[in-house]
Ligand binder design. Structure first.
Ligand code: GDD
Ligand code: MN
Length: 388
């Protein structure tokens, strides 16, 4: 017996019979992507300002929230219940400003896409002008610039101003020299730009604009609009000292990422620091406390592994950082994996040494095999198959 005997046949209908009518039903022209982490008190104000300055235009705002503990997503949902132009994309167990922006851009169908902060630092009154430029010229991207004539960096302290200028100088390896503010987090682009570069983006760290410029297959035609960087309205900045490390990783990824995964480079840099920790602990226990060599070596190995795990967790795997119980479990899997890595290092090194190839190449081969093993296994076992 088949199901058709029990049910009347389904009605057929013409999907083209009802046309998409009215501006209300057509998709938005402009999407504003706003990455958020603990921005609860800025959401309503930002939406209010967008309503005012984008009045008569067709737009939507996509908040990309990394599961903020302050309940930002709930506030966005509340706003969305009253206005369908407000959308919320949530990511769980992930962090990262650039990757949040990219995922937000991919979640909209609008032909023009802007990125801005949630904290009112970027002047929303620039948005209509940016859209006009894209619609009435051949520019691919319009950048809100703090360094173009007429713009300024507001009340930044001297240290941050200096860091920003240094970052701009460094960025010259990736982006055109005449872009005055390659570190800007405020810009608008045509959808085609995104389609062209989305598979090449690194999405590491904070600097999404530099990433877009460096990933575009052809040089982008850009225009700059000056604005004054305002003070953050509520909440605190998420920019910290590790942002500088992320930025160097972005530059490295753009330069050598095609050949070597940048996470592996980071992992190797941390591993090298771990060797220094090992020798420091060994010297202390063996020479300082006059314990046996084996006891010293064992203590040093465990300390170095713990150091490597903790530092990799903060730097290399910052976007999937383990905390609390997760940290302890992660540590255990890391020590286990690296213990096995140590044996494979020994195995390879002694085999090559046995073949009479000399102690130095044998040691290097062992280290490389051990490092690759440790990297590959802990990536999957400890941090769980990271995807930017
Ligand atoms: N989803 C998500 N995930 N959002 C994040 C994360 C994250 O890990 N980290 C920060 N954000 C959000 C913040 O909530 C804020 O809306 C925006 O990204 C920028 O973060 P801020 O903490 O306000 O950074 P900033 O003001 O110091 O620097 C910003 O502006 C500069 C000038 O345009 C950034 O956009 C810089 O890249 C930019 O140079
Ligand atoms: Mn900000």
């Amino acid at each position: 017996m088949d199901a058709a005997e029990h049910h009347p046949p389904l009605e057929t209908y013409d999907v083209n019979a009802i046309s998409a009518d009215g501006a209300q039903r057509s998709g938005p022209q402009l999407a504003i992507i706003v990455p958020t982490f603990n921005e609860r008190d800025n959401i309503a104000e930002l939406i209010g300002r967008l309503r005012v300055c984008l009045d008569h235009r067709s737009w939507e705002v996509v908040f990309v929230d990394d599961d903020s503990p302050d309940g930002t997503a709930a506030v966005v949902r509340e706003q969305a219940a009253a206005d369908s132009r407000v959308r919320c994309l949530r990511r769980i167990g992930r962090r990262g400003l650039s990757s949040a922006c990219v995922e937000g851009m991919l979640a909209t169908t609008a032909p023009y896409v802007a990125v801005m902060d949630a904290d009112m630092q970027h002047d929303e009154r620039l948005l209509p002008q940016m859209l006009d430029v894209l619609q009435n010229s051949d520019a691919d991207i319009v950048v809100g610039s703090r360094y173009a004539p007429g713009g300024d960096i507001g009340d930044w302290d001297a240290r941050r101003a200096r860091m920003s200028r240094m970052a701009i100088r460094l960025s010259r390896v990736l982006v055109p020299a005449d872009l005055t503010d390659p570190m800007s987090g405020f810009f608008m682009l045509r959808r085609a730009v995104l389609e062209d570069c989305m598979r090449h983006l690194s999405t590491i760290g904070f600097k999404i604009l530099a990433d877009v410029f460096a990933s575009a297959p052809q040089p982008l035609r850009f225009k700059e609009l000056a604005y004054s960087f305002r003070l953050r309205r509520a909440g605190v900045s998420k920019l910290d000292s590790v942002t500088a490390w992320d930025y160097v990783m972005l530059l490295l990824d753009k330069m050598v990422g095609r050949y070597i995964p940048v996470r592996f480079l980071a992992f190797s840099i941390v591993g090298t620091m771990g060797v220094a920790v090992h020798f420091a602990v060994l010297t202390l226990v063996f020479k300082g406390f006059h314990r046996g060599f084996v006891a010293g070596q064992a203590t040093a190995t465990l300390c170095a592994m713990t150091f490597n795990f903790a530092v990799n967790n903060v730097l290399t795997y910052r976007d999937m950082r383990l905390r609390g119980m997760g940290w302890l479990k992660g540590w255990a899997t890391f020590v286990l994996a690296c213990g096995i890595g140590g044996f494979s290092n020994l195995g390879v090194a002694s085999t090559i040494y046995g073949l009479g190839r000399g102690w130095f190449p044998a040691a290097i081969a062992g280290i490389v095999v051990g490092a690759v093993w440790n990297y590959a296994v802990t990536m999957m076992l400890t941090w769980g198959r990271p995807r930017r």
